[in-house]
Design a protein around this ligand. Structure first.
Ligand SMILES: Nc1ncnc2c1ncn2[C@@H]1O[C@H](COP(=O)(O)OP(=O)(O)OP(=O)(O)O)[C@@H](O)[C@H]1O
Ligand code: SF4
Ligand SMILES: [Mg+2]
Length: 356
């Protein structure tokens, strides 16, 4: 087993809800992230998927120290970095960088591309002394497939896909080991999405990077991920290698998400069962007791309201040999083939994906 480069234990981020203007009174909390356990292994891509508001960005921000956790721990190569500050934090942050979702708002329109990409060197001059910065930035432009002569241009002179390449170049400037990419292609046209994903794939082997790749669309994550974690209301509810999650899901929520993924083959599409979830996602200020998915789950029973299902291999699947045996936070986890194994689905199952 590869080394865990990041190890997250029981990570929590609660935003306090207050009432009153002068005398602020605590009236509850938005439980954006509510107990996440996950590892990122060296050299892998961990996909994180889930609906809007389930806590993906909050998790990402805690991993790169843009948000301080309410509770829990984050370890980087075995060292607890959760509450680091000052120089020690600065040293670790260099190794864990973030690429943001929206290439239109995440780049300062008044700065040249050279200044944007070179900005991290202001904080870490030891990586690139002043005299060498222009050359370093031009190398980075080349690495992400942009003309190094564009160094003096402004963000508005680039297309969406090119801007995301600029964002990736900035993320690479300090030569990090981990990149947390929060929906890096969601704002891009479908045709451009594939190019940016291919670029990330190429950079991963070139720079020995480990990725946390966040998306709300299961089909995007599949092409780049070694493992996938599915989030619901602040927790990971199922996690496994990509074939385990896509071809052998055992959690009802994953099964519902998969049943909504577009299937290219019309024949396979006809045989696919659509699982329509009833009701809205509950508010993160008021999470259901027991299993947090129970208000929308077609399999819910009385036990689901009483007992919190833990993210582990379910006891009744412990003895099963094969891909259904992976962590799933459901008392009644069982395999269900949602996407039929037609030629298209089968090809998608292994073609273009990687294994650890
Ligand atoms: N600073 C904040 N203060 C209060 N609530 C917040 C704050 N940031 C996020 N939230 C809330 O926490 C929950 C999780 O938000 P988050 O942005 O992490 O979700 P997400 O999964 O990234 O969603 P999306 O797919 O829309 O980007 C949401 O209910 C959001 O409104
Ligand atoms: S524990 Fe119960 S409510 Fe939760 S996903 Fe499983 S069957 Fe559904
Ligand atoms: Mg988000």
């Amino acid at each position: 087993m590869a080394e865990a480069i990041l190890e997250v234990r029981d990570l929590v981020k609660h935003y306090p809800l207050t009432r009153g203007i002068l005398f602020k009174k605590h009236v509850g909390a938005v439980k954006a992230v509510d107990g996440v356990d996950v590892e990122l292994f060296a050299g892998e891509t961990l996909g994180i998927v889930g609906e809007s508001g389930c806590g993906k960005s909050t998790l990402a921000k805690m991993l790169v120290h843009l948000e301080r956790p309410t509770a829990g721990t984050i370890r980087y190569k075995g060292e607890d970095i959760t509450t680091l500050s000052g120089r020690a934090l600065k040293a670790v942050r260099r190794n864990i960088q973030m690429v943001f979702q929206d290439p239109y708002t995440s780049l300062n329109p008044r700065m040249t591309v050279g200044d944007i990409i070179g900005e991290p060197y202001e904080i870490h001059p030891e990586v690139a002394p002043k005299g060498s910065r222009r050359q370093k930035v031009q190398e980075l432009l080349d690495v992400v497939g942009l003309n190094p002569e564009y160094i003096n241009r402004y963000p508005h002179q680039f297309s969406g896909g090119q801007r995301q390449r600029i964002g990736i170049a900035r993320g690479l400037a300090l030569r990090p080991e981990v990149i947390v990419a929060d929906e890096p292609v969601s704002a891009l046209d479908v045709s451009v999405q594939a190019q940016v994903i291919n670029l990330l794939d190429k950079l991963q082997s070139e720079f020995s990077l480990s990725y946390v790749f966040i998306a709300h669309d299961l089909s995007i994550v599949r092409h780049i991920s070694d493992r996938v974690g599915v989030m619901y209301l602040g927790r990971i509810v199922e996690i496994g290698r990509d074939a385990e999650i896509y071809d052998h899901p055992t959690h009802p929520y994953t099964q519902a998400l998969l049943s909504a993924v577009p299937v290219p083959d019309p024949q396979a599409r006809e045989h696919r069962e659509r699982i329509i979830l009833t009701g809205d996602v509950p508010s993160p200020t008021n999470i259901p007791s027991g299993c947090r998915f129970r208000t929308r789950c077609w399999k819910a029973q009385e036990r689901c309201a009483r007992e919190v299902p833990l993210l582990a291999v379910p006891p009744h699947l412990e003895s099963v040999e094969g891909p259904a045996r992976h962590p799933s936070a459901c008392h009644f986890a069982e395999e269900k083939h949602v996407v039929p194994n037609g030629p298209a689905a089968g090809d998608g199952g292994t073609g273009g994906t990687k294994s650890l």
